[in-house]
Design a protein around this ligand. Structure first.
Ligand SMILES: Nc1ncnc2c1ncn2[C@@H]1O[C@H](COP(=O)(O)OP(=O)(O)OP(=O)(O)O)[C@@H](O)[C@H]1O
Ligand SMILES: [Mg+2]
Length: 248
């Protein structure tokens, strides 16, 4: 359960978010918008990593900061410290506990998550020696290992190959069925268009929020992106915008 009410945020006077309101309950929500539209800022506010100057954010009825241990987070690729001298297992284990030591269960959970993302053989590898796509999948495993109530993913597919992306989507669907709430930031919405419950179209303001059928149309996309976005196909009420390299 996430409630974002009239939230604004500025970095040194530069407005990044303006009066954003949306809420979700037990849903799979995609956030979409152009570069610099405030997607990552919004996520950081929900995580309690930034504090809103105006408005209110509640996560499972709590202040954002107090809900942090209920949230699994996969940061945007560019913000991952790629050359950090640490092993894959230590990254995934970070997801499991706040303690300084790990229990047997923590290690099992971490191994299981790495296996889920298809990379069990990298357990002992140095994180810095991995490809960018592999690093992203390890960060996904870390978020899963936390067994969070809310999973937040910031452009999780930006470097992964297509079969791995589809595997990640399968995992997300499974987590949804188990009752996990999910917020995902994507540029190309087509691969998950039929999986998500809601779309938040953002450009500093919330341009539109609702089901993909309600939100994705020429008018709202133009409002968000400031340019005509080609709609490739509309089928059974779903419009597939041509954003990213491909469409479904
Ligand atoms: N740490 C920061 N200090 C100053 N300005 C920032 C900072 N982080 C973001 N901004 C600014 O806030 C605005 C929104 O940034 P944000 O990272 O939230 O966008 P985004 O939608 O995630 O973009 P992208 O698609 O490129 O990831 C941008 O104009 C950006 O320059
Ligand atoms: Mg971002």
């Amino acid at each position: 359960m996430i409630e974002v009410k009239n939230v604004s945020y500025a970095y040194n006077g530069n407005i990044a978010l303006q009066n954003v309101t949306f809420s979700s309950k037990d849903e799979f929500v995609a956030v979409m918008g152009p570069n610099g539209s405030g997607k990552t800022t919004l996520i950081k506010l929900i995580m309690g990593l930034l504090e809103s100057e105006k408005g209110e954010i509640k996560v499972f009825g709590r202040e954002a900061k107090e809900a942090r241990n209920l949230i699994g987070y996969m940061p945007q690729k560019d913000t991952i410290a790629r050359h950090f001298p640490i092993r894959v297992k230590d990254i995934v284990l970070m997801g499991t506990t706040k303690r300084r030591f790990y229990t047997k269960e923590d290690i099992e959970k971490a191994k299981k998550s790495l296996e889920e993302v298809g990379l069990p053989h990298l357990w002992n590898e140095r994180f810095s020696s991995l490809s960018q796509g592999q690093q992203q999948r390890v960060m996904f495993a870390r978020a899963l290992a936390k067994e969070p109530k809310l999973l937040i993913l910031d452009e999780p597919f930006s470097a992964v190959d297509l079969p791995s992306r589809d595997k990640m989507i399968d995992i997300l669907n499974e987590k949804r069925r188990e009752g996990m709430e999910i917020i995902i930031v994507v540029h190309n919405i087509n691969p998950i268009l039929h999986e998500i419950d809601k779309v938040l179209l953002l450009n500093k303001k919330a341009i539109a929020f609702g089901s993909p059928r309600e939100v994705l149309n020429q008018e709202t996309l133009k409002k968000a992106y400031g340019t005509d976005i080609q709609i490739v196909v509309c089928k059974e009420g779903y419009c597939h915008p041509l954003i990213g390299d491909e469409h479904a």
